[in-house]
Design a binder for this molecule. Structure first.
Ligand SMILES: C[S@@+](CC[C@H](N)C(=O)[O-])C[C@H]1O[C@@H](n2cnc3c(N)ncnc32)[C@H](O)[C@@H]1O
Length: 549
């Protein structure tokens, strides 16, 4: 039986039954004997969670028993896996695209599928037959056409929608599951997202392929109209999960069960994708208690509440009321907080926090003086700061440039504000690595500053993401930099060296545990290799200092 079906009759004898399976609560038995008898069949779909429904959340998942940290909660195959859904402007024009058959990065225009002419990694690589036959109906440009026309024609995001559409023919069960997913069709009407989907995907698929398909093979698809295409765009936008391949290529996946997990700004679950089986495994981030909702994060947890809420409203059409969003201090992290400017007569060292953080038009009150600022001022300030911080970080700044910007922004932002966090996270990597600022060249003040900044950043990460589900890479970088600073202090004060190096080793060990969450991402693999080298170097230093005593 499907995991969502709740049967009131014993599956063995068919009589009305009252004893539910204690694990999934989805099947009922008349007695223990029939439960035992049915277990070999039931164990294949019995899971430590169940689906529930709520007017606000829609469908969501709840743990039916305690689940230990990192335990697999469920594994499932995809409904659809396809090219990346959200492409940046640069990606829309990139000369390297994923092969339409195996997603290996390939140069657009170099090799083309013999039938449909879409980009493939080699002439021998093939792709799904029905998809290929539909794409063959389009006016594909020749491989030698200019890069712009090639990129404009081979639209991966539109191909993802086509893959969804073709499920109605290829797999009616998956098609039915797909259509049960939330699409927010009505809320999307008249929005920029709808307009963009119309231009980039719906009219493109309709004009170039589907009109011809309806003429040439009218019975192939029961439905292929533009309204359905818009609904599929809404389903993808609301539900897609990002899958990163070992090559760095990002794909989008839709999963019946995993996509039911609700959003929280502090998630308690994470997922891993097996590139060979294409299955997703959902794991507990920390120890979950029976009754806990299974939650992932749909947005960037390093953004402040206003930015996260804006993103969720625009793309997922809901207002998040999770404990972090309703707490003006965001678990005491203060990542949205502003510094109070005081008034003309008096300076103030207080902090402005939103009165009602989930309200877009909220006022921001100082926690020390009577100053109040409005949402429009805060939003303008944030935009201005975002431009400055992103502009600087994109240009590989030097430590002194970052320090200058930090000093300027500290007049207006709390020291933990997410813009300050990003600048400081860059700075801890520059102190000790930049030419002229190598560890041995740092003054003791600079070394202490590096360590202090690391500790501040670590504290923010722990408050926002105690299980290091989303911030594992950030935390590992911080822990490595803490170890660097402690090692340098040990070199300078050999008398305390042993204890400092013990602390450094403990931080590196902690980093190893944190990295479990990222062991199959590209950035994660690179950082894990670096961490191994750091652990080795630290061990060598322990021996060197002991030998020189
Ligand atoms: C990926 S789907 C989750 C499954 C969906 N509830 C369903 O019934 O298919 C995302 C949608 O679920 C709802 N949702 C998820 N998390 C929510 C939350 N924390 N608060 C309110 N709505 C939420 C929103 O409508 C959102 O667009």
């Amino acid at each position: 039986m499907g995991s969502s079906t709740l049967s009131l009759n014993c599956p063995v004898c068919g009589v009305a039954a009252s004893q539910a399976c204690t694990r999934c609560k989805l099947v009922r038995y008349c007695d223990r004997e029939h439960q035992k008898q049915h277990w070999p069949q039931h164990k294949r779909c019995c899971r430590p969670f169940r689906e529930e429904q709520d007017p606000q959340l829609g469908r969501y998942l709840v743990a039916t028993q305690d689940i230990a940290a990192n335990q697999i909660i469920f594994v499932e195959p995809p409904l659809v896996v396809g090219p990346k859904w959200y492409l940046s402007e640069a990606e829309k024009e990139a000369p390297i695209v994923p092969c339409v058959g195996c997603y290996t990065p390939c140069r657009v225009g170099k090799h083309q599928c013999r039938s449909c002419h879409w980009p493939v990694c080699s002439p021998a690589c093939t792709h799904e037959a029905l998809e290929c036959s539909v794409l063959s109906l389009g006016p594909a440009p020749a491989g030698r056409a200019d890069a712009r026309s090639l990129n404009d024609y081979f639209r991966g995001d539109a191909l993802l929608v086509l893959k969804c559409l073709l499920l109605q023919r290829q797999n009616p069960e998956k098609w039915a599951a797909l259509l049960e997913m939330q699409s927010h069709e009505e809320e999307r009407q008249g929005t920029e997202l709808h307009e963009e989907a119309e231009k980039r995907v719906v009219s493109y698929l309709d004009k170039r392929f589907l009109r011809r398909l309806r003429q040439t093979k009218p019975n192939l698809l029961e439905e292929s109209g533009t309204q359905l295409l818009h609904r599929l765009c809404g389903i993808i936008e609301t539900n897609y999960m990002v899958i990163e391949l070992p090559t760095g290529v990002e794909l989008s996946g839709l999963f019946r069960q995993a996509c039911m997990m609700e959003h929280a700004c502090q998630p308690n679950c994470y997922f891993q994708f097996d590139t060979i089986s294409q299955q997703i495994a959902v794991r507990a981030g920390g120890n979950l208690r029976k009754g806990d909702h299974l939650q992932i994060t749909y947005t960037n947890i390093l953004w402040g509440t206003q930015m996260r809420q804006h993103h969720l409203r625009m793309t997922k059409h809901f207002t998040c009321h999770c404990p972090r969003c309703t707490d003006p201090t965001e678990y005491g992290s203060y990542v949205s907080a502003l510094a109070c400017l005081g008034d003309v007569n008096q300076t103030c060292s207080g902090t402005h926090l939103p009165v009602d953080p989930v309200e877009e038009d909220t006022q921001w009150k100082c926690n020390t003086c009577p100053m109040i600022v409005d949402a429009a001022y805060v939003s303008e300030l944030q935009t201005h700061m975002t431009d400055q911080v992103e502009g600087m970080l994109a240009g590989c700044p030097r430590a002194n440039e970052v320090e200058l910007l930090l000093a300027r922004l500290s007049q207006m932002l709390h020291p933990n504000h997410f813009h300050m966090f990003n600048l400081k996270h860059t700075l801890i990597q520059l102190y000790g690595n930049e030419a002229g600022l190598e560890l041995a060249s740092l003054s003791s003040g600079q070394l202490e500053r590096k360590l202090r900044l690391c500790n501040e950043l670590y504290d923010v990460c722990r408050r926002l993401d105690p299980y290091s589900i989303k911030l594992a890479i950030y935390v590992t970088v911080i822990l490595i930099e803490i170890a660097h600073a402690l090692e340098e202090q040990a070199r300078r004060a050999p008398a305390e060296g042993a204890s400092l190096l013990e602390q450094a080793q403990a931080r590196l060990k902690e980093a190893q545990e944190v990295m479990v969450k990222e062991h199959d991402s590209v950035a994660g693999k690179k950082l894990s290799d670096k961490l191994q080298r750091e652990i080795f170097d630290c061990e060598k230093l322990v021996l060197t200092l002991a030998y020189n005593k």
